[in-house]
Structure formats: structure tokens, C-alpha cells
Design a protein around this ligand. Structure first.
Ligand code: NAD
Ligand code: USQ
Length: 485
């Protein structure tokens, strides 16, 4: 058992009430040698705030400045990041990737940089902190964000700017907007685990505060500093739930008592995390109407895979791969389970059906959304997945692929820790991204082989204690509490 605020991790824990009281000297070029953690009584912050320490002197701050030297050189190869006009290519589009140190965000930031967009990552690194607190680790070793960006520069000559800070801090976000001046913002920067949001009250409150306020700040920043900027927001297919009718892309046309209207598709989210996405969607839709914001909501399904063309280029660019019961997602988890000889953990009856996509399609979809922006005042919704599978389908596919590699793959039915339909109708539309040019990487035998081989390569890093689910939807606690390790 690992306590969520365990002192066994490398973070130092002290106590304070005021989360962010002083600003880091903006001329500072070097990132602090290490973080310590301050416990705060702030309702919205179950884990405390990041604190910079240098030697014996301790300063509490939000890190606001870019922490790597900013290279202003324009890329030399024209690519999709360039606008075309009659006088030739104009300067590349500037894309801010919020959450660019995470799983989808890192792959996307590299992909866009490779396509000659000017990229800035905004991230408060809180995801790395969750891992420390819960005693979790990525299957793959991941480098610090600074080493990742340096390695990318040394391999390709391309710079990625870096702003470390919390988008819930509007002052920080404003400075980032004013400094970088984005043409598009891709917003991945949220707490994205349904189980994490269901651990206890403080995680539920943190998730909704972090996600809803962060997105609201992004909307205000666009309105105040970059009115023309296109917001590409990561939503989730889970916003729709599992209705007994076809799921449309964002809107449904209804005839009621003889009158017809096209309305937002009904939302039936089933965790405090998924609900935070519904709240985000409502806020974005409203600001598109009220302020003329241009926005694309990408209702993404469950992502699998780890390799993209860019992360393949060097081990220091390797992406994270979560397999634990809190952040790991179904197919990625099953591949790791098969690799270490753990039975595949099908929750309940296993008829739960969801949309899935390869991470190589995540980056493609985001690029397509940026290259074909929404109109002023338009709130566009795309369902971002390529195929749908039930959990039982996934277990069968992994068992078959495992056999080919000589693995003895078993499946167990685990009492479902979630409250969700285990047998249901599911037919979700997903044509809009295909119409824009998406070429899907479908789940093939060869892809499963390569995912399994990848999991086998790193299997010595697997902590099998992290595999079984530890968070119950039925037992959400009122206070921070111990989570099964
Ligand atoms: P992740 O946890 O790997 O990455 C999220 C990143 O956002 C982290 O680096 C984290 O530090 C950062 N972040 C969180 N809150 C922040 C804040 N307040 N300020 C600045 N940075 C902050 O998650 P992911 O799997 O890459 O998911 C990215 C987005 O895509 C999320 O919005 C998620 O809901 C959505 N999504 C993910 C999946 C999936 O299967 N991974 C599926 C559908 C949708
Ligand atoms: N499941 C199992 N066994 C497991 C893990 C999961 O049966 O070991 C089941 C779950 O009960 C659920 C389904 O598989 O029915 C998908 O679960 P998941 O953990 O793979 O994905 P989920 O919690 O839905 O969340 C993930 C991402 C989230 C994103 C969402 C897209 O973490 O950020 O929003 O996928 S969607 O599912 O379309 O809402």
C-alpha cells in the first residue's frame, strides 16, 4: 500500500497554506535542480504546490518563464506548418501545445514541429507528480522535458519553446500567450484519468477544478490576447456515455411536438473526469456564441500504442506508456499484462464497447484540425477514433497475438470497479476527420505484435502490484486515503 502523499518518494514534504506566493525570477534560464512539495489546505489542490529550492534558500513560486533558450530561427523546409500566399510561404503557424509533456501532447508537439509548425509546450509537469504520489511509473523510461527538447533540437535543428506553469494560473497563461502569440492552441493539459477522479473527494474536486478552470482560462486568454486563435480542445467519447441510439458527431437533429431543431448531443458521462469534459464543452460552446471564439472539440476515444515517427528517432524522445490501474488504458494494459504473464483484466462482463485509435492517428487528427480551422464563432465537434471494440474483443485479439509470440495469455473477469453498462448498444459516427483526410492506422496483427514485443522489451520494469484496479466507483472516499499499490 502506498500513501498518496508518501514521503517515500523523492519529493520533500513541508506544510503551508499559501500555494503560490512568489514569482520566479523571469530572467532565470536554468530549471531548478529539484522540486519539493508543499501540502496546502487548498480544496482544489490535493497534492500541494511545486516549490523551487536552490541550496538552503527556499522560495515558493510558480515557474513562469521559458526555461530553455528560445531559438527564433525559422525552419528551412516548407511543410504543412506554412501558410501559402502568392508571394510564397509566409511564416509558419504558431501552435501552443498545452499538456505537451504528456502521452498525446508529447507525440503531437514533435509531430507538429517536424511538420514545420512553430511549437511551444505549456505544461506544469503535474502528471509526473501524480506518478510519484501514487508510486507509479511509465513502462518506458522517459527523459525530463528539458532533455527531450534538447535532444529534439540536436537531432533536427528545430526548437520547441517551453513554458512551465499551471494554466489555472491566469497570470502565467497570459504571459505565455503574450510571449508566444499562438495561431492555434491544442489543449491536452488536463487530469485525464477516470479512476484518479474517483479516488476521493479531493481528487474529484481537483480534477474538475483543474480541467474546467484551466479551459476557462484558455478561453479568456484567447479572447483577451489572440482573438483569431483556433482552439483545438481534447474532449472524449465518454462525454456521450452509452445511449441506446447511434452517437452523432456533437449534434443531433430532433423533431419534438412537430418542431425540429439541431441540438448538442445529450451527454451522460460516468466519472467525475468525464463530467469535467462535459462542463468544458458547454463553456466552449457558450464562448463561441458569445465572443466568436473558433473551436474544435476532438471527442477522442481510447488511445493505444506508443511509437510515432518522431519518438522513434531517439531513446530520449520515447513517449510514456501507462499500464497501471489508474492511468493505464485498456489495450496498452492488456499488452503489458500478456508480456508479464498476468491474466488480462476484463472488468465485469467485458461487453463495454468504446472507440479506439492508434497514437499515430491522434497526431494526424490534431494536425488536420489545425490545418482546417473552425470559422469565427463555430463550435465544431469531431469524434476522434478509428474503430470500436468491446473489452472482450480486445482480450481475444491480444490472446491470439500473444500465442503467435509463444505467450500463454489467460483472461480473468475482475469484479467491475466502475459503474458502467457491461452489455450495451454502441454505434458512434466518426466520418468528419476521414472527410478532412485522415488515413487511419487500424489495429492489425502486425501492430499488435509490435506492441507486444515493445511490452516484452521493457517487461523487467513492470511492477505487477500496479496492475489490478485499486479505485472503486462505489466506494469514493470523503478524504484523501491510501490507495492499493
Ligand atoms: P497525460 O496525463 O499523459 O498528459 C496530460 C498533460 O497535461 C501532462 O503532461 C500534465 O502535466 C499536463 N497538465 C495537466 N493539468 C495541467 C495544468 N493545469 N496546467 C498545465 N499542464 C497541465 O494525458 P494524455 O493521455 O496525454 O491525454 C491528453 C488529453 O487527451 C487529455 O485532455 C485527455 O482527456 C484526452 N484524451 C486522452 C485519451 C487517452 O487514451 N490517453 C483518450 C481520449 C482523450
Ligand atoms: N477496462 C477493462 N479492463 C481494464 C481496463 C479497462 O475492462 O484493465 C474497461 C473499462 O471498464 C472501460 C473500458 O475498458 O469500460 C475503457 O477503459 P480505459 O481505462 O481504457 O479508458 P477510460 O477510463 O474510458 O479513459 C481513457 C482515457 C481518458 C479518455 C477515455 C476515452 O484515460 O482520458 O477520455 O479513454 S473514452 O473511453 O472514449 O471516454
Amino acid at each position: 500500500m502506498a500513501h498518496l502523499l508518501s514521503t517515500s518518494c523523492s519529493l520533500k514534504i513541508t506544510s503551508c497554506r499559501k500555494p503560490y506566493s512568489k514569482q520566479l525570477n523571469e530572467s532565470s534560464n536554468a530549471f531548478p535542480a529539484y522540486f519539493s512539495l508543499k501540502i496546502t489546505k487548498d480544496l482544489y489542490c490535493p497534492f500541494g504546490s511545486l516549490v523551487v529550492q536552490r541550496g538552503k534558500q527556499q522560495r515558493i513560486c510558480t515557474v513562469r518563464a521559458t526555461t530553455l533558450p528560445v531559438d527564433q530561427e525559422a525552419p528551412t523546409q516548407p511543410g504543412s506548418g506554412f501558410h501559402q500566399n502568392s508571394n510564397g510561404p509566409s511564416p509558419p503557424k504558431r501552435v501552443m501545445v498545452i499538456g505537451g509533456d504528456g502521452y498525446c501532447g508529447w507525440a503531437t508537439a514533435l509531430h507538429l514541429s517536424n511538420k514545420n509548425y512553430e511549437v511551444a509546450i505549456v505544461d506544469n509537469l503535474v502528471r509526473r507528480l501524480f506518478d510519484h504520489q501514487l508510486g507509479l511509473d511509465s513502462l518506458t523510461p522517459i527523459s525530463s522535458i528539458h532533455n527531450r527538447i534538447r535532444r529534439w533540437k540536436s537531432l533536427t535543428g528545430k526548437s520547441i519553446q517551453l513554458y512551465i506553469g499551471d494554466i489555472c494560473d491566469f497570470e502565467f497563461l497570459s504571459e505565455s500567450f503574450k510571449s508566444f502569440e499562438p495561431d492555434a492552441v491544442v489543449h491536452f493539459g488536463e487530469q485525464r484519468s477516470a479512476p484518479y477522479s474517483m479516488i476521493d473527494r479531493s481528487r474529484a474536486v481537483f480534477t474538475q477544478h483543474n480541467n474546467v478552470i484551466g479551459t476557462l482560462n484558455v478561453l479568456f486568454a484567447i479572447k483577451e490576447f489572440r482573438e483569431q486563435c483556433h482552439l483545438v480542445k481534447l474532449g472524449t467519447m465518454g462525454e456521450y456515455g452509452t445511449p441506446n441510439i447511434d452517437i452523432e458527431e456533437g449534434y443531433i437533429t430532433i423533431t419534438h411536438n412537430g418542431r425540429t431543431d439541431t441540438l448538442p448531443y445529450p451527454k451522460q458521462a460516468s466519472s467525475f473526469y468525464h463530467l469535467s469534459k462535459v462542463h468544458d464543452s458547454n463553456n466552449i460552446a457558450f464562448t463561441c456564441k458569445a465572443w466568436g471564439i473558433r473551436a474544435t472539440d476532438l471527442n477522442q476515444g481510447v488511445v493505444y500504442g506508443v511509437r510515432t515517427d518522431e519518438t522513434e528517432m531517439h531513446e530520449e524522445l520515447c513517449n510514456r506508456f501507462d499500464y497501471d490501474g489508474v492511468f493505464g488504458t485498456a489495450l496498452n494494459r492488456f499488452c503489458v499484462q500478456a508480456a508479464v504473464g498476468h491474466p488480462l483484466t476484463v472488468y465485469g462482463k467485458g461487453g463495454q464497447t468504446r472507440g479506439y485509435l492508434d497514437i499515430r492517428d491522434t497526431v494526424q487528427c490534431v494536425e488536420l484540425a489545425i490545418a482546417n480551422p473552425a470559422q469565427r464563432g463555430e463550435f465544431r465537434v469531431f469524434n476522434q477514433f478509428t474503430e470500436q471494440f468491446s473489452v472482450n474483443d480486445l482480450a481475444t485479439l491480444v490472446t491470439k497475438a500473444g500465442k503467435k509470440l509463444g505467450l500463454d495469455v489467460q483472461t480473468i473477469s475482475v469484479p467491475n470497479p466502475r459503474v458502467e453498462a457491461e452489455e450495451h448498444y454502441y454505434n458512434a459516427k466518426h466520418t468528419k476527420l476521414i472527410e478532412l483526410g485522415l488515413k487511419p492506422h487500424l489495429l492489425s496483427d502486425s501492430l499488435l505484435d509490435s506492441l507486444l514485443n515493445f511490452a516484452i522489451k521493457f517487461k523487467d520494469r513492470v511492477d505487477t502490484k500496479q496492475i489490478m484496479p485499486s479505485v472503486s466507483w462505489r466506494k469514493i472516499g470523503a478524504k484523501p486515503k491510501t490507495v492499493s499499490a
